[in-house]
Design a protein around this ligand. Sequence first.
Ligand code: ADE
Ligand code: ZN
Length: 339
Amino acid sequence: MSTFIKNMPKVELHMHIEGSMMPATLMYLAEKNKIKIPYQSLEEVEQAYQFSNLTEFVNIYLQGTEVIQSAEDFYLLTREYLVKCRQQNILHTEVFCDIRTYVERGLPPEMVFEGIETAFKESSVQDGITGGMIPCFIRHEGVEKAWEDWQIFKQHHERFLAIGLAAVEVGFPASMFKDVFAEVRASGLPIVAHAGEEGSAEYIWSAIKDIQVDRIDHGIRALEDANLVNYLQQSQIPLTVCPCSNTALHVFDHMDQHVIGRMLDLGLNVTINSDDPAHFGAYLQENMEAVQQHCGITDDQLLRMTYNAIDASFAQTQRKDEMHQILDDFESRFELPLI
Ligand code: ADE
Ligand code: ZN
């Protein structure tokens, strides 16, 4: 275990709240809410958390959400994740959620927002952790459902950091959601979108040109298009890269094939994140360790990605300055010769 990584103050910009549901929590919520699940034991859940691609993962992930039934359950989930953040020295985290699966089951969308918010308030008071929510449209549900979601999101506008686009990518380019994101943009909320995770570089272009994203989630397939690399170098659009997610979903078969080192060498605005830490068995710290071990990413590069994440976050300017100072202090302490 690297003490540098362990002690480094961190920022996370790409984490889906249900993706932080540990197998034990899934079992607990299933029993509490009397929901039948296709697993008898923790081992069976862990076995199910082996995926061959994004679509298979999304299906299992969405099935797991059935055990969540109330604001209290969302509070529990978020609180568990934020406790982990404290343990991993995460100063600020921006959490994805969606409402579609709950609304389809006749549950109130407010339960999602209230549960997450209550946990954030508690962790802000107790541990000084900041952040908030980014609700996502579920792209494979189609644009009509996205419009329905937007009618709800806009009533709660001030609760959110941004609006996102997630779930099955191939066949559902950002261009499909052009009009609804035009309304999001007009409301003043920033826009983020998963793009270039499984989909080709074209999906990243669509996120840039059709919905004018402020950040790209993943973006790893950008390297297949030299013009796009050039554009990303010039524009410095932040990319929220999730290495352990990419190997778990077989975008790369092994971490030593991951392109994060090349992306950094090309001067892209890369940040490092966990995506779905419970499903992929790796929180932010474990993602950092994996790329250090298998991709030759240095401590300096980890620091750079963390500075990038501070700047790319939707935190207020004062908080960004504060986080810069915390990271500067850490860096200068680590540069002191060890006696
Ligand atoms: N929802 C949760 N995890 C996701 C991922 N890796 N890609 C797209 N949608 C997701
Ligand atoms: Zn994601």
